[in-house]
Ligand binder design. Structure first.
Ligand SMILES: Cc1cc2nc3c(=O)[nH]c(=O)nc-3n(C[C@H](O)[C@H](O)[C@H](O)COP(=O)(O)O)c2cc1C
Length: 355
């Protein structure tokens, strides 16, 4: 539970709104215009979790969400998920997350082709810099791509390659902060504001409206979030897992594999029995995939944690932003409370600014 949120005198009460009535727009930025969304809130791909239910919840609340293509073992299952999302979102545009890591390259072209054929026009790429032909295919179809990176120097490369926007995640982010275990989101954002020309979002540890306002103040056009939403009602996962997220504070995550790029590099996860065993083996000098495969297999996480509800099983991507998750609640309420808080803090700045 968050001690960080309770002291906020300006915290507005969460707003209950139906998906048909998202919180009114508060900010107009280059990224809200790029994606045609009400709020500068991007919810990045979540392996196994950002499915039709989740992504439709985000877009109905006025943000942009991305279905994680890699979660779907067959193109048929992926296509069915896109169709389901389109129906749940009432035709509102939504996005797809494409992993550009080496081992997924073969399927990347297929996931992209199916997405475009199904009318998806917004993409979040993560991993290696997106190839020219991927960017060209998206642009030819009239779409846009935001590439997620851990450091500003990667963002500059992506800008040169022609992406429409970048998301820069700090070392606080849940999941893979890539090569970045040193630079927090706000620092990366301040550097980005000086060096980038294209629109950018920052992410990592963001869970409140006051942080959203701070991100815009630092020069960003949006935030990218993950952890704040992983216990939302619309997330397809066991309640016991969600309650564990609710109980987490800002010290409840750890980084594993920071020194092991062959196993994917740094990975920020919930500090549970699996993560502790991984770190014990790392400390003992183990480095190969076989040394860890019983612990890090994705199905371990999917089957035992997300489906069966054992939060000790699997490497559970999560960041310190979990401290802002105080209950299991609908996505529209989370977005609504973030936006009303951001507006309240904007007004506070106006008041103290005139002194
Ligand atoms: C459970 C979980 C799974 C994630 N899976 C992916 C993924 O498959 N692809 C990806 O690009 N990012 C993934 N991320 C990163 C998020 O898209 C986002 O960048 C990150 O969560 C932002 O930091 P925050 O968690 O501190 O809000 C994941 C994050 C979480 C918490």
């Amino acid at each position: 539970m968050s001690s960080a949120t309770t002291g906020a005198a300006l915290n507005a009460p969460p707003m209950r709104r139906s998906p048909q009535q998202p919180h009114p727009s508060v900010f107009d930025t280059r990224i809200t215009r790029l994606f045609g969304i009400l709020h500068p809130i991007l919810c990045g791909g979540l392996m196994w979790l950002s499915d039709a239910s989740y992504v439709a919840g985000i877009v109905n609340a006025g943000g942009m969400g991305f279905i994680t293509s890699r979660s779907f073992a067959t193109l048929e299952a992926f296509r069915a998920e896109l169709k389901a999302c389109d129906a749940l979102a009432g035709g509102r545009p939504f996005g797809v997350n494409l992993s550009t890591s080496r081992h997924t390259e073969v399927r990347l072209a297929d996931y992209l082709a199916v997405s475009l054929e199904m009318g998806v026009r917004f993409f979040e790429t993560s991993g290696r810099a997106p190839a020219d032909d991927l960017i060209r295919a998206i642009h030819t179809a009239g779409g846009a791509v935001i590439h997620k990176v851990p450091l500003v120097r990667h963002a500059l490369t992506a800008e040169r390659l022609g992406v429409d926007a970048v998301a820069i995640v700090g070392m606080e982010c849940g999941g893979h902060p890539g090569a970045n275990t040193e630079v927090p989101a706000m620092l990366g954002g301040a550097i980005a504001a000086e060096r980038l020309r294209i629109p950018f979002a920052i992410g990592g540890g963001i869970g409140t409206g006051r942080q959203l306002l701070a991100a815009l103040a630092v020069g960003a056009d949006a935030v990218v979030m993950g952890t704040r939403f992983i216990a939302a009602e619309e997330v397809t996962a066991h309640e016991a897992y969600k309650q564990r997220v609710v109980a987490a504070d800002e010290r409840a995550s750890v980084i594993a594999f920071a020194e092991n790029p062959a196993l994917g590099g740094a990975w920020r996860v919930m500090d549970n029995a699996t993560a502790r065993e991984v770190r014990r083996r790392e400390a003992a000098g183990l480095r190969g995939f076989d040394d860890f495969s019983d612990l890090i297999r994705g199905t371990q996480l999917l089957d035992r944690c997300y489906r069966e509800g054992n939060p000790e099983a699997g490497m559970i991507s999560m960041g310190p932003g979990a401290c802002f998750v105080e209950r299991i609640e609908p996505i529209a309420d989370i977005v609504g409370s973030i936006m009303s808080e951001a507006a309240a803090y904007r007004d506070r700045l106006r008041r103290i600014g005139s002194a």
